[in-house]
Design a protein around this ligand. Sequence first.
Ligand code: UDX
Ligand code: UDX
Ligand code: ADP
Length: 467
Amino acid sequence: LEEGRFTVCSVGAGYVGSLTSIILAAQQPNLRVIVCDVNQNLINSWNDQRYPFYEPDLDKQFDIAVNKNKNIKFTTKITEAIQESDAIFICVNTPPKKESREGLGRESDMTYFDMACQTIASMGDPKKHRILIEKSTVPVGTHKRIHNILSQNLANPDDCYTIVSMPEFLAEGVAIQNLLFPDRVVIGTPTDKNGMEAFEVIKGLYTNFDTNFIHVRTASSELGKLFANAMLAQRISSINSMSQLCETVGASVQDLSKIVGSDKRVGPLFLNASPAFGGSCFEKDIQSLVYILESLGQTQQAMYWSQVLYMNQFQKTRLLNMIVQEFQNPTDTILTIFGFAFKKNTSDTRMSPMAFFVYGLIEKGFHVRIHDPQANERGFQIEMEMQGFSIAEKLNFEFCGSDYSKAVKDSNAIIIGTDWDEYITTNYRNMRDQMNNDKALFFDLRSIIDQQAINFLGFEKVFKLGN
Ligand code: UDX
Ligand code: UDX
Ligand code: ADP
């Protein structure tokens, strides 16, 4: 890359847009990178060097891009950013449609995506051919949808844009590592000359990355991303489906993960039992896959993937009922939930499985306290509402942030919901002393603690998921 000759812009400054852009700018000093968003607060936050979310190692890469390479800018001037760019990444949100929130088979809401495409279409210029890259997770066939939008605005859309699919596989909490060392970079292009050229150009952006490229048809790339998330989620539902059986027959779910994961054909990662998978992608993407299958009449296949979601919901219901049954007088009982982020090392609470538990326990009349090292009260409140759990009228809960003492004082139980490392190493002896003198229980829904060690501390019962 020659200095300052090639500019990429990301439309959308959320997780995907900002993080991919920051890493590209940090790794390729000669590249110019623009990150734009309609959300002025978000752009202000990036410009003030205030991170809008917690992500390990982000500060270092941000510093390289912003202060050393000085090749990235954040702006709300979207049309100007597109004008200056040679390649445009679309990284806007594609949430499930609100109207059909209940039940399975939810279609993706493409409103934001379409709006971004319209803006891009209005900037089409046959004298400056650009690469248009879909990065947001989208239904298969979205490249045709983009083409239609371009065609409504441009006489010869193919002279202005080559449409490419390049899904992002980053996982929150390890996003920077995922971006610096991607398992693969998937590039889906048309099979014509434009497509081949676009592939070569994009490969050029990754010269400083040690990775391998998978160059496929656009439809394969789009569907590949949905399937990748569906497969990962399916592994979790599979291991979760074994947790109760392990508890019943005296097996350990960790042992099962070890036994199965050491088979090369299966692989060791992503086999941790949990109270359910959460996060903004898995459920939404499976819903989208199920919707696509159903709308094409492939009912049996749709039912197969629906089961992954049923299992996920079942696990939550089973564990909530188990906890509730342990206590006779909910209104006299304080329960402490450890963790509201949807997984460790992130402040993100989107689709956190713990929302279901918090609500279920509040509804039953328990006094519920929520602890999390990074998630904040606003994120907690928003997520409860988003998942349809209205707590505005409720008084029997407290969000304690990272304050352990506040969270455990006189409590009757600790319920580990998020796999934060500090929930393994924290001083539970100290905590037990602060908890209810008579009766205190321990529920580890992430299967991370040393059950025997906790047993010694005077808990009446220590439950470890899948053990
Ligand atoms: C996921 C995909 O991993 C990523 O490739 C894609 O780009 C976006 O969606 P993310 O949702 O950020 O990433 O996190 P991930 O690590 O996949 O975890 C998702 C959920 O599954 C979390 O709630 C996590 O706690 C849970 N999980 C994960 C388990 O319950 N068990 C496991 O073994 C792994
Ligand atoms: C299987 C297990 O692999 C082995 O570990 C266990 O001890 C016994 O059961 P086997 O039945 O001999 O071994 O063969 P395997 O290679 O697993 O194939 C089973 C079936 O799955 C075959 O019909 C095979 O064609 C099919 N298969 C396998 C697929 O359809 N797709 C694949 O990717 C792999
Ligand atoms: P993801 O996790 O996929 O990155 P986010 O919700 O974190 O999703 O981020 C998506 C971002 O896209 C949001 O900040 C939103 O404001 C932005 N956005 C949505 N529509 C547009 C648009 N038309 N132009 C620019 N940015 C947009």
